[in-house]
Design a protein around this ligand. Sequence first.
Ligand SMILES: *Cc1c(COP(=O)(O)O)cnc(C)c1O
Length: 455
Amino acid sequence: MERTMYFLDQKDMPTRWYNIQADLPEPLPPVLHPGTGKPVGPADLAPLFPMELIKQEVSQERWIEIPEEVQAIYRTWRPTVLHRAYRLEKALDTPAKIFYKYEGTSQAGSHKPNTAVAQCYYNKMEGVKRIATETGAGQWGSALSMAGAMFNVEIKVYMVKISFNQKPYRRILMEAWGAKCVASPSEDTEIGRRILREDPECTGSLGMAISEAVEDAASRDDTKYSLGSVLNHVLLHQTIIGEETRKQMEMADVYPDIIVGNIGGGSNFAGQFLPWVRDKISGAKPDLRIICVEPTAAPSLTKGPYAYDHGDVAGMTPLLKMYTLGHTFIPSPIHAGGLRYHGMAPIVCHLHKLGLVEARAEHQVATFEAGVQFARTEGIISAPEPCHNIKAAIDEAIRCREAGEAKTILIAHSGHGYLDLAAYDAYLSGQLVDYAYPEEEVKEALKQLPKVPSA
Ligand SMILES: *Cc1c(COP(=O)(O)O)cnc(C)c1O
C-alpha cells in the first residue's frame, strides 16, 4: 500500500513553540526607534502589544509552552496532515519523494490562525477587550476574526478599500465571525478622515490601513494592535507547523534534503523551516537545503539590500534590519497578495545573511502553471502564494529526474485557493501577465531608506 497521508494523533500534538533565538550563531540585530535610532525597549511597544508578546519578541528561551487554552483551540483543526504527493511524482516521472504539509484545512484556510489564536489569547489574558488590525486582501483579517470569535475578543479590521470593493468574500467571512470590517481610508480615524478630505476617491493602501489600525489602538485603553507576519513572536507561533512535521516525517522514516516555502513576510515558511534549520546550525545536517521562494514582483531577499527600514509603507514603525525594496515601494498587483511586501521577517533575513537559507524568485504565470499541475495531480486548489514554492519543488524534482537522484523534498503548503478563483480564471483564459523586476521603482524607493546612526 502506498501511504499518502501521515496523521499525528491529537495527544501527540507538540505542546511547545520553538524559539530560534536560543540557537542563532550570532544574535539578531537590534530593532531601532525611528526617532532616536536607539534600540527600542518594552515601554516603546507597550501601547500597541500585550506584555507577554513583547517578552516573546526578545526571548532567548529555546522552548515556550503553548498555553492549554491555545492548545485547545489548535485542536479544532490541528494537527494538520503531512501528505506524500505520489501522483505528482508519477506525473513528473521523478525518483524524488515529494511531501507537503498542508495548512489549508484551518477554518480560515491558511496558516494564519496559528498566530491569530495565540495573539488573541495573550491579549485576553491582559484584559484587552478589542484588537485593531489592517488587512490587504483579507487573509489576515479573516484569521484574526475567527480567533476573536473563539476568545470573545472584539476585532476591528481596516481593509484596503480597493480590495474591500473588489473582493467581498473575505469581508463576509470576517463579518460571519463577528468582526467589524471597514474600508480604509475610513471615517473612523483622524488620519482616515484627513485622507478622505484631501481625496474622497482614495482607494487606500496597506500603509494607510496600518496607520488607521495603529491610531485606533493607541487612542483607546481597551484596544491593542496586532500584526500577522514579520515579527519574531509571529514566527514563533508558526513553529507548531514544523514541530508537527518533524514527528510526521519520522513516521514516514525520512528526513528532508530540500524544504521549499513561499515568503511574503516570512511567517508560514519560517514556521516550517525554523525547527529544521537548528539541525543545520548544530552541524547535524550540513547539507539540508532550505529554499525561500518570492515573486519577481517583490524580490526583497534576491534583489534588496540588507538595511534598516520601516516595516510599514507609512514609515511609522520601528526600524527593522532586513532585505528590503524600500518601504515606499508598492509592488505590482500580482494575485499572490500575501507576497506583496517590501521587506521580510528579520529572522529570515538574518539566516539568509548567515548563508543558512537560499532564495529564488518566480514569475506569476509559471507559478500558476505549477499550481494547475498540482491541482490536476493532487487535487488541491492552492492559494497563489504556495503556487510559488510548488513551482520550485517541481523544478527540483525534475532536476532529480535528470540526475537520477531520489531526494526527499518537503513543500510548506500555506493554504487553499478557493477565494482566489478569479486568479485561476485569468490564468486559464490566458490573461495572466508577468511583471518584470521593477528596477527603476526600487532604485527610487531605496533613496527613501531611513538614515540610521551607525551602530
Ligand atoms: C498571508 C499568506 C502568505 C504570506 O505570508 P507569510 O507571512 O510570508 O507566510 C502565504 N500564504 C498564504 C496562504 C497566506 O494567507
